[in-house]
Every structure is written in structure tokens, then in C-alpha cells.
Write a protein that binds this ligand. Structure first.
Ligand code: QAP
Ligand code: CO
Length: 166
């Protein structure tokens, strides 16, 4: 296992469109383990490969209190909006450290994806899990939570994060 470096907004590499994964091999398993380790180390509940500068379509999520329920989704796609009624959640992001924003998203979605072995999974989800999966899937398309807030807020966050850069 290894800790990966997390890109921080406004790093332009966070805008990269991730490529579909074709090979379900040992390197994919290693990447998913390293991503989980990196997420847990940062006290995160979700991480997309984009955030660790790997531009492949894989996300990891664990919303459990005990941090013992990892979910690894490869090539995730939105299959259906089950309930389009938008719910507000306070969202954070390991690539936007220290900032939380209330965002609206469809409250229930169905996701199609593959596990690390290449087996297809369909997930109908609502609540926090649904929000985190939608947030992480956005990263794979180069989209970030700061894209949904006002220009003035985004600019404030951009300046603060650039200043705190090591
Ligand atoms: C996405 O984000 C998410 O600012 C995952 O200082 C989170 O794991 C979607 C984190 C909440 C919806 C609701 C953020 C850790 C972790 C920070 C995360 C920080 C330390 C964010
Ligand atoms: Co994020």
C-alpha cells in the first residue's frame, strides 16, 4: 500500500477527462488499495482517481462510521435519476481542503459500474452515499464542487488555497 499525493484546487490537472478502464488487472487492484489508504489517511469519505493525478475512471467511497465498508466503482455511469427532487448536502472535497458548501443534487440515483474484478454492479442509492458517488463521478469528468457555487465564493477559495500552498 502507498499514500498518493492529492491535487488541490485550482490545480489544472483536476480538469482532466478520465479514460475508461479496460484491464481489470493487479495494477487496478493496487490503485484501488492506494486510493482507499489515501482517502482514509485524509479522513475522507470519497476519492476519485483524478484527485491523485491518475486519469482513469475509478472512484472509492466509504461513508461508514467504522471505515470498514469500502466501495470501489470502476467506469461508473449514471443509469437513472430515481428521484429528481433535489436535496441539499454540505459537501467537502479532499482537493478543496477546509471548505464546505451546500449543494443541491438529485436525491436518488441508479449507478451502473464494475467492481475491481470486472463484475458489473448496479446500485440504487439515496442520501449521503448517493451524494458522495455523484460528487466523485463529477471528478472523472473534470468537474468539481466549486463549479456549482458563486464566482465570488470560488474566487475566494482559489486565492486562499493558492496562498496556503506549500
Ligand atoms: C465528497 O469528500 C463529499 O475539507 C468526499 O479538511 C463529502 O471526503 C461529498 C475532507 C461530503 C458529500 C459530502 C475535506 C477532509 C474530506 C476537508 C471528502 C478536509 C478534510 C472530504
Ligand atoms: Co471531491
Amino acid at each position: 500500500m502507498a499514500l498518493l499525493k492529492i491535487l488541490v484546487f485550482p490545480d489544472p490537472r483536476l480538469r482532466t477527462l478520465a479514460e475508461p478502464i479496460m484491464d481489470f488487472d493487479d495494477s487496478l487492484k493496487k490503485l484501488s488499495e492506494d486510493m482507499l489508504e489515501t482517502m482514509y489517511e485524509g479522513s475522507g469519505i470519497g476519492l476519485a482517481a483524478t484527485q491523485v493525478n491518475v486519469h482513469k475512471r475509478i472512484i472509492v467511497v466509504d461513508i461508514s462510521e467504522e471505515k470498514n465498508s469500502p466501495l470501489i466503482l470502476v467506469n461508473p455511469t449514471l443509469k437513472k435519476i430515481i428521484n429528481p427532487e433535489k436535496k441539499s448536502y454540505s459537501e467537502g472535497c479532499l482537493s478543496v481542503p477546509g471548505f464546505y458548501e451546500e449543494l443541491l443534487r438529485p436525491s436518488s440515483v441508479e449507478i451502473n459500474a464494475y467492481d475491481v474484478n470486472g463484475d458489473e454492479v448496479n446500485i440504487v442509492t439515496e442520501g449521503l452515499l448517493s451524494v458522495v458517488i455523484q460528487h466523485e463521478m463529477d471528478h472523472l469528468d473534470g468537474k468539481m464542487m466549486v463549479d456549482f457555487i458563486s464566482n465570488i465564493k470560488r474566487e475566494m477559495i482559489r486565492k486562499k488555497l493558492l496562498k496556503s500552498k506549500a
